[in-house]
Design a protein around this ligand. Structure first.
Ligand code: SF4
Length: 91
């Protein structure tokens, strides 16, 4: 995938996010979506991931978000998946 292709995906995602009435759920509490940054027990981290995934499950741009994060090798939770889960999907 070229940088230009990735950039286009990002622009399309941002446009889709802007068109969500009321905004996307992750904008309300972005810290939930970067469990890598959390200091705490395994169970605390797991709980945060579960909360973030529940928000993504309701998001109308979930598939586009997932697709971008998969292609761009992003950290954090995007489209209802963790970075580790996307890494496994890439193989
Ligand atoms: S799928 Fe999740 S991370 Fe992506 S825009 Fe929606 S709420 Fe945010």
């Amino acid at each position: 995938m070229t940088f230009r292709h990735l950039e286009r995906k990002y622009i399309e995602l941002q446009e889709a996010v802007r068109n969500v009435p009321g905004g996307v759920g992750c904008a309300n509490d972005p810290t939930l979506f970067f469990p890598e940054d959390l200091v705490g027990s395994y169970h605390d981290r797991k709980d945060v991931i579960t909360q973030a995934k529940a928000i993504c499950a309701e998001c109308p741009v979930k598939l586009r978000c997932f697709d971008y994060a998969l292609s761009a090798h992003m950290v954090g939770i995007w489209g209802g998946t963790t970075a580790e889960e996307r890494q496994k999907l890439r193989g």
